[in-house]
Design a protein around this ligand. Structure first.
Ligand SMILES: O=C(O)CCC(=O)C(=O)O
Ligand SMILES: [Fe+2]
Length: 204
């Protein structure tokens, strides 16, 4: 897939309000390229379903995941070993780094098999991500609703984005301090979706 480059995205939206700072590129990859990436990732990533602890209770995560990067990652009492970048993931990382003008050393991959797979509200604010984490999130496959809500002030309007095939979402500045984000379950018929969130993780 070495010929793949982002196609000077046109559908770019920036939302900056109430200490939220995000940028969304709808057409970061062409549809053809995005479909190619979906097929590659679905087939080649060693996806796993993990048990995690939520409020002391052991549950199976409602999606498949895989962690790549130069350092291991611990969350909800689950440790994900570091995994060496494949040339294809390295290529995606470089494309995103060039566009975002940021370096990343790790990536959490999520596979939402259907509408029952989801990610609960959270912020990517672990200590190992540093003070103001810069998160770059690529989406391939079926469109899913991504919702951001303010952590404390319920009167602040939520932000909702349909994350489409081949799109890139950047979350910047203090976003993770003040806002939660998640992918809600849906009853709608949705195609499988793969998401990659590139981050900079500081070694412990
Ligand atoms: O699937 C998504 O778009 C969200 C992923 C996410 O928030 C995360 O990996 O921390
Ligand atoms: Fe997240």
């Amino acid at each position: 897939m070495s010929s793949q480059k982002f196609s000077n995205p046109t559908g770019k939206v920036t939302v900056q309000r109430d200490l939220l700072d995000i940028e969304y590129c709808e057409d970061f990859f062409s549809e053809v390229d995005a479909n190619g990436w979906f097929e590659y990732l679905a087939a080649k990533i060693p996806w796993e379903r993990r048990e995690i602890f939520i409020m002391g209770k052991k549950i199976l995560q409602p999606r498949l995941i895989c962690w790549y990067g130069d350092v291991e990652y611990t969350y909800s009492r689950s440790t994900l070993p570091s995994r060496k970048w494949t040339p294809q993931l390295q290529e995606l990382k470089t494309i995103v780094e060039e566009y975002a003008q940021q370096k990343f050393n790790s990536c959490l991959l999520n596979f939402y098999r259907d509408g029952k797979d989801s990610m609960g509200y959270h912020s990517d604010d672990e200590k190992v991500l540093g003070k103001n984490p810069f998160i770059a999130s690529l989406s391939f496959g079926g469109k899913r609703r991504f919702v951001l809500k303010h952590k404390k002030d319920k009167s602040i309007e939520k932000v909702e984005i349909e994350l489409g095939n081949g799109s890139l979402l950047l979350m910047k500045s203090q976003t993770q301090h003040y806002w939660l984000h998640g992918i809600p379950k849906t009853q709608k018929e949705v195609k499988p979706r793969i998401n990659l969130t590139f981050r900079w993780t500081y070694p412990k």
